[in-house]
Design a protein around this ligand. Structure first.
Ligand SMILES: [Mg+2]
Length: 338
């Protein structure tokens, strides 16, 4: 694997497993691999290191998008998740590019709004000092999409992610009735381009109207179903809709919660990656608000100028779907296959 970016591999394993070591060597030829039988030893080794570390806290053959990790070696260019223990409760916090906390939520079982606790963690060298502090009993990781086996990883492919309101259909305030749906036909060629390449097309939509008490989750499904059916008639296909009905300040108690599923947090995106074996390198997200841009490794964010102020967007802004399609065609390389 060619790279100018160096990091070490630290693995906790019984070291009897040749298969595991072979797997690491194959995945990371060029990186030095250090194997420990005890987690404590491994953590101490990392504490004393002055290099970025990819840490396997146990034998784990799950594969995520390692190539993206290395290709996008600028390690500050993605979301980081820090797992901490506060008063005995395990929590996750999401850090921004400057390692400031932007989102915090209590861990719920093994998965957290699309994040999977894989036992694989990326530890940027700058965080070594934090890693040593007792408060941070956990580990630091990037929640890249995790696939259930490396075989499936090799089948992974890029995808098109779409916001719904304002991208697929006219953004009328709190759309929830089929009669109010106005679909932009201009998005059809964009979807078709991905359909023709047999790449997934996934909708990621915040629907805080549910938390605000404006409409029900069943209304969201009805609108999604109508859009899906409309596109079928136009001979294009959306693989799945992911909707987030939650919002922390919502009035409906059951939906008033902070969640990593609400864009710009990447929960729904990662859920889709797991469901469809999507790799983010080569994937595009199209939105009409700055908050649609999901800041994760590998993903290219794009906005279409509709009614929202996009000044200050850190990503590409276009005024038409045809320009977006031209941009995608110029910047994707799907010819080599998945
Ligand atoms: Mg929108």
């Amino acid at each position: 694997m060619e790279t100018n970016y160096f990091f070490q591999i630290v693995a906790v394993s019984n070291c009897a497993s040749k298969r595991f070591i072979n797997y690491l060597e194959e995945m990371f030829s060029g990186s030095k691999i250090h194997c420990f039988s005890e987690g404590e030893e491994a953590v101490k080794f990392i504490n004393d290191s002055s290099i970025d570390t990819l840490y396997f806290s146990r034998e784990n053959f799950t594969a995520f998008d390692f190539k993206s990790l290395i290709k996008n070696g600028n390690k500050k260019n993605f979301s980081t998740i820090l797992q901490i223990k506060v008063n005995g409760d395990e929590e996750f916090v999401q850090l921004d590019k400057n390692f400031l906390i932007v989102n915090k939520t209590v861990m719920d079982g093994k998965t957290l709004d699309g994040y999977v606790e894989s036992g694989i963690y990326f530890i940027p060298q700058e965080l070594n000092s934090l890693f040593k502090i007792n408060l941070f009993e956990g580990v630091i990781g990037i929640p890249l999409p995790v696939y259930s086996s490396s075989v499936e990883y090799f089948k992974s492919r890029p995808a098109l992610f779409l916001d719904r309101d304002g991208v697929i259909n006219k953004d009328v305030a709190y759309l929830h009735e089929v009669k109010d749906i106005v679909i932009f036909d201009a998005i059809i060629p964009v979807i078709k381009f991905f359909n023709d390449k047999k790449l997934p097309v996934v909708v990621l939509t915040n629907q805080s109207g549910v938390a605000r008490g404006k409409f029900l989750e069943s209304d969201v499904l009805k609108v999604n179903q109508h859009i899906f059916n409309y596109f079928i008639k136009k001979k294009v296909f959306i693989d799945r809709f992911y909707s987030c009905p939650y919002m922390e300040s919502g009035e409906i108690e059951a939906y008033a919660k902070k969640t990593l599923n609400r864009k710009p947090s990447p929960g729904m995106l990662f859920q889709a990656c797991g469901d469809f074996f999507i790799k983010l390198d080569g994937s595009f997200m199209i939105g009409d608000k700055i908050s649609d841009a999901i800041d994760v490794l590998g993903l290219t964010n794009i906005s279409i100028q509709r009614n929202y102020d996009l000044a200050g967007a850190q990503h590409h802004v276009f005024s038409s779907e045809s320009e977006i399609l031209a941009y995608i065609k110029a910047h994707c390389d799907y010819s080599a296959g998945p």
